[in-house]
Design a protein around this ligand. Structure first.
Ligand code: ATP
Length: 308
């Protein structure tokens, strides 16, 4: 794995509040990296450090082999940034606005690059002014702007939080098309969005990166896989609990949940072999651990009462 971005032992405090205590992690080149943490965990602070907008007390940040420094803007030429609600000059059209940005940042081949970006994000409106854009269109224009300078790293700070389900869906599909072309740092509270498009996940908690791994590894390591049996009624589910007395199972109304480790096939086989004819389920479902379960476990917020 080659890493585009590496943070090593980064510390950042505001007065006596130690927000980042010892933050170390890497983002593999070309990946979509889901950056998650509770409110106030320090995600925005980390992104501001990556953009050279905050000064750390300790540690180093290397982006594409270059040191990121406070107030320095060298690495910003290879970084794109998309905030949750991007601001524009609303009286302009998308093309006018991108032309202004391209002029300010001295981008070569302006016209061609702008046309490519508008095409990439699917904004075909030539004459419409930005004030008439939906939130989703504005977010897509935000991506076009952030990608204008062909960055190696695209930082997105809660980019879907202000979007409706349709806009969110379109936005995620667009972000997923960037996989392998741009390395994306995707900060969000919406864990289902991370599950949908990210290959790597970093969980920030108590000033440190508690876990940083491919999502598939976290699924294997954390969270419980379950088998869910559905019965026609609650009494049958209760009878099933008696039959499965030696399994780590619990009943919720007419369903029975069974935790298992290892192979799903083996676990399902054992359960079905143990069941008797009087407790035949009407459905059997395999429940994979969700990122939410994993997140709660890693941050120490998982409840022992595991009813779903
Ligand atoms: N300029 C500042 N001065 C003082 N405290 C700050 C400053 N910026 C951030 N903080 C504090 O640092 C902590 C981390 O804030 P940050 O915005 O980085 O968290 P976050 O993980 O992005 O949270 P959220 O998910 O709510 O946006 C918070 O307690 C916040 O109040």
């Amino acid at each position: 794995m080659t890493a585009l971005l590496t943070l090593t032992h980064v510390q950042k405090s505001f007065g006596t509040h130690h927000v980042l205590q010892d933050l170390s992690f890497s983002i593999p080149t070309g990946s979509i990296f889901g950056f998650v943490g509770e409110n106030g965990a320090g995600k925005t602070t980390t992104m501001r450090l990556l953009l050279g907008l905050e000064k750390s007390e300790h540690g180093s940040i290397l982006l594409a082999g270059q040191e990121v420094t406070f107030g320095g803007n060298r690495t910003n030429s290879i970084t794109g940034y998309l905030p949750d609600v991007p601001a524009f000059y609303d009286y302009m059209t998308a093309t006018e606005y991108l032309t202004l940005c391209a002029r300010l940042t001295r981008i070569a081949n302006r016209e061609q690059r702008i046309a490519e970006m508008l095409n990439l994000v699917g904004l075909k409106t030539k004459k419409q002014r930005i004030h008439g854009f939906s939130r989703g269109m504005k977010q897509r224009l935000g991506i076009a702007q952030a990608l204008l300078n062909e960055p190696q790293l695209l930082i997105c700070d809660e980019p879907t939080s202000a979007l409706d389900p349709l806009g969110r869906n379109e936005f995620l599909e667009l972000l997923a098309t960037l996989r392998g072309k741009v390395t994306v740092l995707f900060s969000t509270h919406i864990l289902s969005d991370v599950e949908r498009i990210c290959d790597y996940v970093g969980i920030l908690h108590a000033g440190r990166m508690q876990k940083c791994a491919p999502l598939s590894d976290l699924r294997n390591q954390y969270g419980r896989s379950r088998i869910m049996l559905t019965f026609p009624d609650t009494p049958t589910a209760k009878r099933c609990m008696q039959v499965l007395a030696h399994f780590p199972a619990y009943a919720v109304k007419n369903t029975v949940m069974i935790d298992y480790q290892g192979s799903y096939t083996n676990a399902a086989h054992q359960v079905l072999q143990t069941l008797t004819a009087s407790v035949t389920p009407i459905a059997l479902q395999h429940k994979c651990p969700t990122l939410e379960q994993i997140f709660l476990e890693v941050t120490g917020n998982a409840h022992s009462d595991n009813h779903v």
